[in-house]
Design a protein around this ligand. Structure first.
Ligand code: FO1
Length: 321
């Protein structure tokens, strides 16, 4: 192996977590830092729940539920079933093992620890040795504006996403609290590290998962000006999203469902862009937007796929792999 590399990955939930796992196999713990979206976080049943942080934690710890992409493998549902019997809210599934995470996080936060410290401590307990950093210790809440019968309604993200299964027609997305939130100090330190070699925008939903990170004060400006390569990986494969409501949301926002749209979205910050082989016909159009374009197999089903995409991403900017 050549000299030490320094990579910062900006990550949402399921898709991003898969690439983060691949990166953790090809980079040392002191070469990689993962910054995770917290816009989806909410307080439910008195518990602080951080879906993207937990998805990345469980994925890197090797205990994620690979069917859903979120929650834990070999989970049991005693708590949820008992809660339902009592007439409690059961629209947001909390498995028994997963529940322990939320209880312990809530306890630590109430005791005065910040989210970054809690995330680091709990992920390490599960065996994750790569630094996982929430985008901020402050509260930023993703809210969606949807079409109502008479006028627009504002829904908290999980209410829209899980309780209402993304059924209401989306009009706009807001990140409440974003203007007063401070990017996590370790996020800023990594971003401004003179030894940083690469910033990766993981293949997460650009509008829901990456945008809250970019919306934090100062972040977009730093990314626009940095001399460090910023490589975005498209979450769209064969003109469709791998999972989730990306297609529906893009349609409702009046956007075409392809990687050209994603490249457009990142055009002011990305110096490189990777899209799936299946969408190679879009390369020329994307080159007009972002000069350096690469193709790869971006569908990450096996661990080998995840490692291969991580390798190709590093190779794309000439880093030793
Ligand atoms: N997603 C669902 O569609 N239904 C659920 O009941 C659900 C529960 C859940 C519990 C813990 C957790 O960390 C994530 C959970 N998710 C659930 C996924 C999650 O809310 C979304 O996928 C993300 O917020 C989008 O990135």
């Amino acid at each position: 192996m050549g000299s030490k590399r320094k990579v910062l990955a900006l990550c949402g939930g399921v898709g991003g977590a898969k690439l983060a796992l691949g990166l953790s196999h090809v980079l040392g713990d002191d070469e990689l830092c993962i910054v995770v979206n917290t816009g989806d976080d909410f307080t439910h049943l008195g518990l602080r729940i951080c879906p993207d942080i937990d998805t990345v934690t469980y994925t890197l710890a090797g205990c994620v539920n690979t069917e859903t992409g979120w929650g834990r493998a070999e989970e049991t549902g005693t708590f949820m079933a008992s809660l339902k019997t009592l007439g409690g809210e059961d629209w947001f599934y909390l498995g028994d093992k997963d529940l322990a995470m939320h209880v312990e996080r809530t306890r630590r936060l109430a005791a005065g620890e910040n989210l970054g410290t809690v995330t680091q401590a709990l992920s390490r307990k599960l065996g994750v040795s790569v630094p996982l950093i929430p985008m901020t210790d402050d509260t930023v809440e993703t809210q969606v504006e949807v079409e109502g019968d008479v006028e627009s309604l504002i829904l908290p993200f999980q209410d829209y996403f899980v309780r209402q299964r993304c059924e209401p027609k989306l009009k706009a997305i807001h990140f409440v609290g974003q203007e007063h939130a401070q990017p996590h100090p370790q996020f800023l330190a990594n971003l401004l590290d003179p030894d940083l070699d690469l910033i990766i925008i993981c293949p997460s939903n650009p509008f829901l998962s990456v945008d809250p990170i970019l919306a934090l004060p100062g972040i977009r400006g730093i990314l626009q000006k940095t001399a460090v390569p910023v490589v975005a990986i498209s979450p769209i494969i064969g003109g469709a999203a791998v999972k989730g409501p990306t297609a529906k949301i893009m349609g409702e926002l009046g956007l075409k469902m392809n990687s050209i749209t994603v490249a457009d979205y990142y055009q002011d910050i990305a110096s490189g862009f990777i899209l799936d082989r299946r969408d190679a016909v879009e390369i020329e159009a994307i080159r007009e937007i972002i000069p350096r374009v690469g193709v790869a197999q971006t569908l990450m089903q096996t661990i080998e796929d995840k490692i291969e995409l991580a390798r190709e991403t590093l190779d794309f900017v000439g880093l030793d792999v």
